[in-house]
Design a protein around this ligand. Structure first.
Ligand SMILES: Cc1cc2nc3c(=O)[nH]c(=O)nc-3n(C[C@H](O)[C@H](O)[C@H](O)COP(=O)(O)O)c2cc1C
Length: 214
């Protein structure tokens, strides 16, 4: 038996970083934004990394990490290639699930929602703020498509660098998605695995707030 596995079997970790009250604002945005702000202030590792799950055309769920780039009252925005696997999945089924986990804060947020493309002007603004290399990369990478070799990718980077030596326009297939939440669960680790979980659920345009068992 491998000794190192004893480390993951050890159930003695006590969660004790915080708690959730019974009463919060009547919509989930306030708590999402204050938790994200706290994650940033506490310098947690990758505070804006989230896992986004989609349902593929083949019916299989698929999850990947992306970065939150905007947090709006309407929802969470991330940027990607619209022709990627996730882009194709979303075009087929706009129901997604988002998971945010901040281990240092012993907090998890889960969001079920419907996703849509953000307005083009918003994608333009964010794309323009990116470093030159990332902009060229967005043109060079046919994200999620088969790639002949690393060399082939580097060649495309070179080609697009020659085509756009200074100003790089946003590729039409690259932009933001807004996840509009329908249900949001906040999880705060508590001692003895008696964790706090509260859920906001959208019901006929009104958010209902309730607590669920750990
Ligand atoms: C920390 C981290 C952050 C990432 N951020 C993004 C992102 O903001 N946008 C993006 O398209 N991919 C991002 N990726 C890469 C994705 O996880 C994924 O590989 C890529 O989007 C292709 O996914 P797909 O083939 O399912 O469409 C990130 C990966 C990691 C590990």
């Amino acid at each position: 038996m491998d000794d190192f596995l004893d480390l993951i079997r050890n159930d003695h970790h006590q969660f004790d970083q915080g708690k959730l009250e019974d009463h919060y604002e009547d919509q989930p945005f306030g708590l999402i934004s204050s938790w994200l702000r706290e994650a940033l202030e506490r310098n947690v590792h990758e505070p804006n990394a989230i896992s986004v799950s989609t349902i593929g055309v083949d019916g299989f769920p698929e999850t990947r990490v992306v970065y939150i780039k905007e947090l709006l009252e309407e929802g969470i925005v991330f940027y990607t290639n619209y022709n990627s696997h996730k882009g194709k999945a979303i075009a087929h089924n706009n129901k997604v699930h988002v998971l945010i986990y901040w281990p240092e804060l012993e907090r998890q947020i889960r969001v079920s929602g419907l996703v849509e493309k953000v307005p083009e002007a918003m994608s333009d603004t964010y794309f323009a703020s990116r470093p030159y290399g990332s902009k060229i990369g967005a043109w060079a990478s046919d994200q999620s498509e088969k790639l002949e070799s690393r060399k082939a990718l580097e060649q495309k980077v070179e080609d697009f660098s020659l085509k756009f030596p200074t100003d790089v326009p946003r590729p039409p297939h690259w932009g933001g998605y807004l996840v509009r939440p329908l249900k949001v669960e906040f999880w705060q680790g508590r001692p003895s695995r008696l964790h706090d979980r509260i859920v906001y659920e959208l019901n006929e345009n009104t958010w209902k707030l309730f607590r669920i068992n750990p």
